[in-house]
Design a protein around this ligand. Sequence first.
Ligand code: NAP
Length: 254
Amino acid sequence: MPVRHVLILGGTTEARRLAERLAAGQPAGAPPLRVTSSLAGRVAEPRLPAGEVRIGGFGGPSGLAAWLREQHVDALIDATHPFAGTISRNAAEAAAEVHVPLLALRRPSWVPVSGDRWHPVDSLAEAADALPGLGRRVFLTTGRQGLAAFAHLDGHYFLARSVDAPEAPMPPHTEVLLDRGPFTLDGERAVCREHRIDVLVTKDSGGAATAPKLTAARELGLPVVIVRRPELPRGVPATPDVPGALAWLAGLAP
Ligand code: NAP
Protein backbone atom coordinates (compact mmCIF):
# COMPACT_ATOMS: atom_id res chain seq x y z
CA MET A 1 0.00 0.00 0.00
CA PRO A 2 1.50 3.36 -0.94
CA VAL A 3 1.47 6.09 1.72
CA ARG A 4 -1.52 8.33 1.01
CA HIS A 5 -1.97 10.24 4.24
CA VAL A 6 0.78 11.46 6.58
CA LEU A 7 0.03 13.00 9.96
CA ILE A 8 2.75 15.27 11.32
CA LEU A 9 2.54 16.11 15.00
CA GLY A 10 3.98 19.59 14.84
CA GLY A 11 4.65 22.81 16.68
CA THR A 12 8.31 23.03 15.63
CA THR A 13 10.39 24.52 12.81
CA GLU A 14 11.28 21.02 11.59
CA ALA A 15 7.61 20.01 11.45
CA ARG A 16 6.82 23.07 9.34
CA ARG A 17 9.74 22.38 7.00
CA LEU A 18 8.67 18.78 6.58
CA ALA A 19 5.08 19.76 5.82
CA GLU A 20 6.34 22.28 3.29
CA ARG A 21 8.51 19.69 1.54
CA LEU A 22 5.70 17.14 1.40
CA ALA A 23 3.01 19.61 0.39
CA ALA A 24 5.25 20.91 -2.41
CA GLY A 25 4.43 17.73 -4.29
CA GLN A 26 5.42 14.19 -4.93
CA PRO A 27 7.89 13.00 -7.57
CA ALA A 28 6.29 12.46 -11.01
CA GLY A 29 4.32 9.25 -11.13
CA ALA A 30 3.96 8.93 -7.34
CA PRO A 31 0.40 8.79 -5.94
CA PRO A 32 -0.98 12.03 -4.46
CA LEU A 33 -0.20 12.50 -0.79
CA ARG A 34 -2.43 14.07 1.83
CA VAL A 35 -0.41 15.90 4.49
CA THR A 36 -1.99 16.94 7.77
CA SER A 37 -0.16 18.84 10.49
CA SER A 38 -1.49 18.80 14.03
CA LEU A 39 -0.90 21.66 16.48
CA ALA A 40 -1.74 21.61 20.16
CA GLY A 41 -3.24 25.09 20.09
CA ARG A 42 -0.98 26.56 22.80
CA VAL A 43 0.17 29.59 20.77
CA ALA A 44 -2.42 32.28 20.04
CA GLU A 45 -1.18 32.99 16.52
CA PRO A 46 0.80 29.96 15.38
CA ARG A 47 2.89 29.91 12.21
CA LEU A 48 0.73 27.65 10.09
CA PRO A 49 2.37 24.84 8.14
CA ALA A 50 1.65 24.07 4.49
CA GLY A 51 -1.03 21.48 3.76
CA GLU A 52 -3.99 20.66 5.98
CA VAL A 53 -3.88 21.75 9.60
CA ARG A 54 -5.87 20.58 12.61
CA ILE A 55 -5.61 22.28 15.98
CA GLY A 56 -6.22 20.95 19.49
CA GLY A 57 -5.63 17.78 21.50
CA PHE A 58 -6.91 14.39 20.35
CA GLY A 59 -8.09 13.23 23.77
CA GLY A 60 -5.19 11.02 24.84
CA PRO A 61 -3.73 7.99 23.08
CA SER A 62 -7.13 6.44 22.38
CA GLY A 63 -8.36 9.69 20.77
CA LEU A 64 -5.26 9.83 18.61
CA ALA A 65 -5.64 6.16 17.66
CA ALA A 66 -9.26 6.82 16.65
CA TRP A 67 -8.18 9.80 14.54
CA LEU A 68 -5.49 7.75 12.79
CA ARG A 69 -8.04 5.05 12.01
CA GLU A 70 -10.87 7.35 10.91
CA GLN A 71 -8.64 9.53 8.73
CA HIS A 72 -6.83 6.54 7.18
CA VAL A 73 -3.40 7.74 8.21
CA ASP A 74 -0.64 5.51 6.77
CA ALA A 75 2.37 7.16 8.43
CA LEU A 76 2.79 9.19 11.61
CA ILE A 77 5.69 11.55 12.20
CA ASP A 78 6.15 12.91 15.70
CA ALA A 79 7.94 16.18 15.00
CA THR A 80 6.95 17.79 18.27
CA HIS A 81 9.33 19.66 20.52
CA PRO A 82 11.84 17.46 22.41
CA PHE A 83 10.15 18.47 25.69
CA ALA A 84 6.61 17.62 24.56
CA GLY A 85 6.90 14.22 26.25
CA THR A 86 3.21 13.44 26.70
CA ILE A 87 2.21 13.68 23.05
CA SER A 88 5.28 11.59 22.10
CA ARG A 89 4.22 8.83 24.49
CA ASN A 90 0.65 9.07 23.19
CA ALA A 91 1.89 8.81 19.61
CA ALA A 92 3.87 5.65 20.41
CA GLU A 93 0.87 4.06 22.11
CA ALA A 94 -1.64 5.03 19.42
CA ALA A 95 0.61 4.01 16.52
CA ALA A 96 1.19 0.60 18.09
CA GLU A 97 -2.55 0.14 18.65
CA VAL A 98 -3.56 0.85 15.04
CA HIS A 99 -0.35 -0.51 13.42
CA VAL A 100 0.64 2.77 11.79
CA PRO A 101 4.41 3.24 11.28
CA LEU A 102 5.81 5.99 13.51
CA LEU A 103 8.98 8.05 13.23
CA ALA A 104 10.25 10.66 15.66
CA LEU A 105 11.86 13.72 14.08
CA ARG A 106 14.10 15.13 16.82
CA ARG A 107 16.69 17.82 16.31
CA PRO A 108 19.97 16.94 18.05
CA SER A 109 20.75 18.07 21.58
CA TRP A 110 23.05 21.01 22.13
CA VAL A 111 26.61 20.03 23.00
CA PRO A 112 28.82 22.12 25.30
CA VAL A 113 32.06 23.54 23.93
CA SER A 114 35.17 24.88 25.61
CA GLY A 115 34.33 27.85 27.83
CA ASP A 116 30.75 26.80 28.56
CA ARG A 117 29.71 26.69 32.22
CA TRP A 118 26.76 24.33 31.97
CA HIS A 119 24.91 22.83 34.92
CA PRO A 120 22.71 20.01 33.57
CA VAL A 121 19.59 19.18 35.60
CA ASP A 122 16.68 16.79 35.07
CA SER A 123 13.71 19.08 35.66
CA LEU A 124 12.61 22.68 36.09
CA ALA A 125 12.32 22.01 39.84
CA GLU A 126 16.00 21.02 39.90
CA ALA A 127 16.83 24.12 37.88
CA ALA A 128 15.13 26.26 40.53
CA ASP A 129 17.09 24.45 43.27
CA ALA A 130 20.36 25.13 41.44
CA LEU A 131 19.84 28.89 41.07
CA PRO A 132 20.70 30.20 44.57
CA GLY A 133 24.33 29.07 44.18
CA LEU A 134 24.72 30.47 40.68
CA GLY A 135 23.19 33.91 40.31
CA ARG A 136 20.40 36.33 41.21
CA ARG A 137 19.43 37.86 37.85
CA VAL A 138 18.03 35.07 35.76
CA PHE A 139 17.30 34.93 32.03
CA LEU A 140 14.57 32.29 31.93
CA THR A 141 13.88 30.85 28.48
CA THR A 142 11.95 27.73 29.42
CA GLY A 143 8.60 28.89 28.03
CA ARG A 144 5.54 30.42 29.58
CA GLN A 145 4.36 27.14 31.13
CA GLY A 146 7.57 26.71 33.09
CA LEU A 147 7.41 29.71 35.40
CA ALA A 148 5.52 28.03 38.23
CA ALA A 149 8.59 25.98 39.16
CA PHE A 150 10.41 29.22 40.07
CA ALA A 151 7.50 31.01 41.76
CA HIS A 152 8.88 30.50 45.29
CA LEU A 153 12.17 32.29 44.54
CA ASP A 154 11.44 35.79 45.84
CA GLY A 155 15.10 36.85 46.14
CA HIS A 156 15.75 36.54 42.40
CA TYR A 157 14.98 38.76 39.43
CA PHE A 158 13.65 36.86 36.40
CA LEU A 159 13.59 38.00 32.80
CA ALA A 160 11.11 35.49 31.37
CA ARG A 161 10.99 35.26 27.59
CA SER A 162 8.06 33.57 25.88
CA VAL A 163 5.92 33.77 22.73
CA ASP A 164 2.67 34.47 24.60
CA ALA A 165 2.28 36.09 28.02
CA PRO A 166 2.78 33.67 30.91
CA GLU A 167 0.12 33.24 33.59
CA ALA A 168 0.45 33.03 37.36
CA PRO A 169 1.97 31.49 39.35
CA MET A 170 5.28 33.14 38.59
CA PRO A 171 8.13 34.55 40.70
CA PRO A 172 7.33 37.93 42.33
CA HIS A 173 10.15 39.80 40.56
CA THR A 174 9.45 38.81 36.97
CA GLU A 175 9.83 40.94 33.88
CA VAL A 176 8.23 39.41 30.80
CA LEU A 177 9.84 39.70 27.38
CA LEU A 178 7.44 38.64 24.62
CA ASP A 179 9.43 37.45 21.63
CA ARG A 180 9.69 34.54 19.25
CA GLY A 181 12.88 33.11 17.69
CA PRO A 182 15.01 32.94 15.71
CA PHE A 183 17.26 35.10 17.86
CA THR A 184 20.60 36.67 16.92
CA LEU A 185 23.85 36.67 18.86
CA ASP A 186 23.91 40.48 18.93
CA GLY A 187 20.37 40.51 20.26
CA GLU A 188 21.10 37.93 22.96
CA ARG A 189 24.25 39.78 24.08
CA ALA A 190 22.21 42.99 24.33
CA VAL A 191 19.43 41.32 26.35
CA CYS A 192 21.94 39.87 28.82
CA ARG A 193 23.79 43.16 29.23
CA GLU A 194 20.74 45.43 29.46
CA HIS A 195 19.15 43.27 32.14
CA ARG A 196 22.45 42.57 33.95
CA ILE A 197 21.80 38.85 33.66
CA ASP A 198 24.12 36.62 35.69
CA VAL A 199 22.63 33.19 34.97
CA LEU A 200 20.72 31.63 32.07
CA VAL A 201 18.13 28.86 32.43
CA THR A 202 17.15 26.89 29.35
CA LYS A 203 15.84 23.54 28.23
CA ASP A 204 18.05 21.49 25.90
CA SER A 205 15.79 22.28 22.98
CA GLY A 206 18.54 22.02 20.37
CA GLY A 207 18.47 23.70 16.96
CA ALA A 208 19.93 26.90 15.60
CA ALA A 209 17.03 29.29 16.17
CA THR A 210 17.52 29.65 19.92
CA ALA A 211 21.21 28.66 20.24
CA PRO A 212 22.75 32.20 20.20
CA LYS A 213 21.86 32.67 23.89
CA LEU A 214 24.33 29.87 24.68
CA THR A 215 27.09 31.66 22.77
CA ALA A 216 26.23 34.94 24.49
CA ALA A 217 26.37 33.22 27.89
CA ARG A 218 29.77 31.70 27.05
CA GLU A 219 31.19 35.04 25.92
CA LEU A 220 29.92 36.77 29.06
CA GLY A 221 31.13 33.93 31.32
CA LEU A 222 27.61 33.20 32.59
CA PRO A 223 26.59 29.87 34.08
CA VAL A 224 23.81 28.05 32.21
CA VAL A 225 21.36 25.77 33.95
CA ILE A 226 20.26 23.37 31.21
CA VAL A 227 17.37 20.96 31.61
CA ARG A 228 17.99 17.54 30.04
CA ARG A 229 15.43 16.14 27.60
CA PRO A 230 12.97 13.41 28.41
CA GLU A 231 13.72 10.07 26.71
CA LEU A 232 11.86 9.15 23.54
CA PRO A 233 9.45 6.26 24.02
CA ARG A 234 11.24 2.92 23.73
CA GLY A 235 11.38 1.35 20.28
CA VAL A 236 10.43 4.48 18.31
CA PRO A 237 12.91 5.08 15.45
CA ALA A 238 14.24 8.62 15.25
CA THR A 239 15.85 10.90 12.71
CA PRO A 240 17.55 14.23 13.42
CA ASP A 241 16.39 16.10 10.32
CA VAL A 242 13.85 16.57 7.54
CA PRO A 243 15.85 14.65 4.87
CA GLY A 244 15.90 11.68 7.26
CA ALA A 245 12.13 11.86 7.61
CA LEU A 246 11.66 12.07 3.83
CA ALA A 247 13.92 9.03 3.36
CA TRP A 248 11.95 7.09 5.98
CA LEU A 249 8.68 7.90 4.22
CA ALA A 250 10.11 6.92 0.86
CA GLY A 251 11.19 3.62 2.39
CA LEU A 252 7.62 2.84 3.47
CA ALA A 253 6.35 2.83 -0.11
CA PRO A 254 6.41 -0.59 -1.77
P1 NAP B 1 2.76 17.73 25.82
O1 NAP B 1 2.88 18.12 27.24
O2 NAP B 1 3.59 16.61 25.31
O3 NAP B 1 1.24 17.38 25.46
C1 NAP B 1 0.15 17.67 26.30
C2 NAP B 1 -1.11 17.44 25.50
O4 NAP B 1 -1.23 18.44 24.49
C3 NAP B 1 -1.13 16.12 24.75
O5 NAP B 1 -1.55 15.08 25.59
C4 NAP B 1 -2.10 16.44 23.63
O6 NAP B 1 -3.44 16.44 24.09
C5 NAP B 1 -1.79 17.86 23.32
N1 NAP B 1 -0.81 18.02 22.24
C6 NAP B 1 0.53 18.25 22.32
N2 NAP B 1 1.08 18.39 21.12
C7 NAP B 1 0.08 18.26 20.23
C8 NAP B 1 0.01 18.33 18.81
N3 NAP B 1 1.10 18.58 18.06
N4 NAP B 1 -1.21 18.15 18.23
C9 NAP B 1 -2.33 17.90 18.98
N5 NAP B 1 -2.32 17.83 20.32
C10 NAP B 1 -1.13 18.02 20.94
O7 NAP B 1 2.98 19.01 24.88
P2 NAP B 1 3.53 20.49 25.23
O8 NAP B 1 4.90 20.36 25.80
O9 NAP B 1 2.47 21.23 25.96
O10 NAP B 1 3.67 21.07 23.75
C11 NAP B 1 2.52 21.42 23.02
C12 NAP B 1 2.93 21.79 21.61
O11 NAP B 1 3.85 22.88 21.64
C13 NAP B 1 3.59 20.68 20.83
O12 NAP B 1 3.04 20.68 19.53
C14 NAP B 1 5.06 21.04 20.81
O13 NAP B 1 5.70 20.61 19.61
C15 NAP B 1 5.02 22.55 20.92
N6 NAP B 1 6.15 23.13 21.65
C16 NAP B 1 6.45 22.69 22.90
C17 NAP B 1 7.55 23.22 23.57
C18 NAP B 1 7.94 22.73 24.95
O14 NAP B 1 8.93 23.24 25.48
N7 NAP B 1 7.25 21.79 25.55
C19 NAP B 1 8.31 24.22 22.95
C20 NAP B 1 7.97 24.65 21.66
C21 NAP B 1 6.89 24.09 21.03
P3 NAP B 1 -4.38 15.15 23.95
O15 NAP B 1 -3.89 14.17 24.96
O16 NAP B 1 -5.73 15.69 24.21
O17 NAP B 1 -4.22 14.64 22.54
